[in-house]
Design a protein around this ligand. Structure first.
Ligand code: FES
Length: 316
């Protein structure tokens, strides 16, 4: 879609709000809370940003874009060059993170710009009169985006400001221990916070299936995609055999053989390159498949994942 930038707003220090609408004012494709869209920026840069507005809204998408400290051009372009009236290429909304409507309570933990998808989820809870609470962790108050929107829910929102806590981390176990039986926990933020929330949820006995995480980037210790042995893929529909070299990703090997597979992040984060796996055992290196999906070996994300067996048969 080519969408018009209709509003830019400074939501906090280094956080820019971006409103996008159809050029003809038409309704936009629907989305679910927690979904994200790809922005295609100059220089062939593709970046994913979560939608921050209510999923009930069809006339606009609202994004919150944090200025990455070491921006490779994506967030720096949005912050420094984008203007109201510009037209941006935007992908259709995709959902990897979202509300479980069956939960008895929705317990949110946001870190920094991780508030963006969580704000949309809170708006969903408000629209459906579902119980929720938020622990919002920021480095300084000046960096607390959407604080003005959340202020009217002060009884449900707890703000943890690193600068004011003198190095004391938030009491995550205490926060989660207060959740209602049957509550679900949703966390979006830096890797350290997500790891701590996962650990705290385990300590207080929250089922892993009731915890949901949204990553911005692969974990720092992630294994590089192309760092393992060679293997063979067989394309079931054509019978074509493709050799994947040790320092080559499966996606690169498919592209080199002129087999087109959609992709976005190429980091195992977005699921857009997912391919059905018919035979063989995958070595999953992505960050989005569930444990059940990994164990079933029925799909693979070829941008990062490889083979444990000598041959993989793909439904391509
Ligand atoms: S391209 Fe994003 S997971 Fe493969």
């Amino acid at each position: 879609m080519k969408l018009l930038v209709t509003r830019l707003s400074q939501e906090a220090q280094d956080v820019l709000g971006l409103e996008l609408r159809a050029q003809d004012g038409a309704a936009l494709p629907p989305f679910t809370s927690g979904a994200h869209v790809d922005l295609l920026l100059p220089g062939d840069i593709r970046r994913q940003y979560s939608l921050a507005n209510s999923p009930l809204e069809r006339h606009r998408y609202v994004l919150g874009v944090g200025l990455a400290p070491a921006s490779r051009g994506g967030s720096a372009f949005v912050h420094q060059r984008l203007a109201v009236g510009d037209v941006l290429e935007v992908g259709a909304p995709r959902a990897l993170f979202g509300i479980d409507p069956a939960a008895t309570e929705h317990v949110f933990v946001a870190g920094g710009i991780g508030i963006t998808p969580i704000l949309s989820m809170i708006l969903w809870c408000e629209a459906h009169a579902r119980p929720w609470k938020l622990l919002y962790c920021v480095r300084t108050r000046a960096r607390a985006a959407y604080a003005w929107t959340l202020a009217r829910h002060h009884d449900r929102v707890q703000l943890h400001v690193d600068q004011e806590a003198a190095g004391t981390p938030p009491d995550l176990a205490g926060w989660l221990a207060g959740a209602a039986p049957g509550a679900h926990v949703y966390c979006c933020g830096p890797e350290g916070l997500m790891n701590a929330v996962g650990a705290a949820a385990g300590v207080v006995g929250i089922d892993k299936a009731a915890t949901h995480f949204e990553r911005f980037a692969p974990p720092e210790q992630a294994t590089p995609a192309a760092s393992a042995g060679a293997f063979t893929v067989v394309l079931h529909r054509s019978g074509q055999r493709i050799e994947v070299a040790p320092r080559q990703s499966l996606l690169d090997a498919l592209e080199d053989a002129n087999v087109s597979v959609p992709f976005s992040c190429r980091e195992g984060m977005c699921r857009s390159c997912e391919v059905p796996l018919l035979e063989g055992e995958a070595e999953h290196r992505d960050f989005v498949l569930s444990d059940e999906e990994r164990d079933s070996h029925t799909c693979i994300l070829p941008c990062v994942s490889r083979a444990r067996s000598a041959v993989l048969v793909l439904d391509l």
